[in-house]
Each structure stands twice: as C-alpha cells, then as structure tokens.
Design a protein around this ligand. Sequence first.
Ligand SMILES: [Zn+2]
Length: 108
Amino acid sequence: MARLTTLAPRLCALDTRTSRPPPKQADPELLTAEHKAWRLEVLKRAHWRCQWPGCGAQGGRGGVRLYADHIVERRDGGAALDPANGQALCSRHHSLKTARARAERMGL
Ligand SMILES: [Zn+2]
C-alpha cells in the first residue's frame, strides 16, 4: 500500500486583513528605574535560574531568557514592586504561568 505523505502547500496563505494590529508597546510601568531595580533583585535572588518547580534553567549571559514574573499579577492586584511578589521564570514557564493566570481570570 502506498504511503501518504504530506505535501508542502504550493501557494502562500493570503493575508486578507484590512488593518494590522498596532505595534506592541511596553507597559510604561515596566520601563521605570524602580521596576528595573525590582527585576534585577528578583533575578539575582534566584541566582539567575528559573524557579518553576523542576526547571532551574540557567539564565544570564549565554543562558535562556529569564523574566521577573509577578507571582500575583499586577492586574490581579499583586504588588508591582514588592520583591516578595517576584519570581524568576524562563520564557516557557512564564508563558505557561501567564496563560494559566489569564484562564483563571476568565473563569476557565
Ligand atoms: Zn523554566
């Protein structure tokens, strides 16, 4: 029996959007010196490692990208500049945690 293979599409998908979303802009609150100091403190305290249980990915020079994450998100009332409300997460776990928080917020 002949084996079916997946063929690459011959045509590009047509972008039919009439308007494009505006370019992403960083939240001004994240650009302040206070936030930068908070971020650095959170990442240093974690020794530049992802704090997700079982991960521990190394950040810093030559390492993965790390995010200083608000444990209780700012939009959920979490303190923006309290180091106790911060944890270092790699991009994979930061995305996962953010998606879970969003789903919880939406009651999913
Ligand atoms: Zn991680």
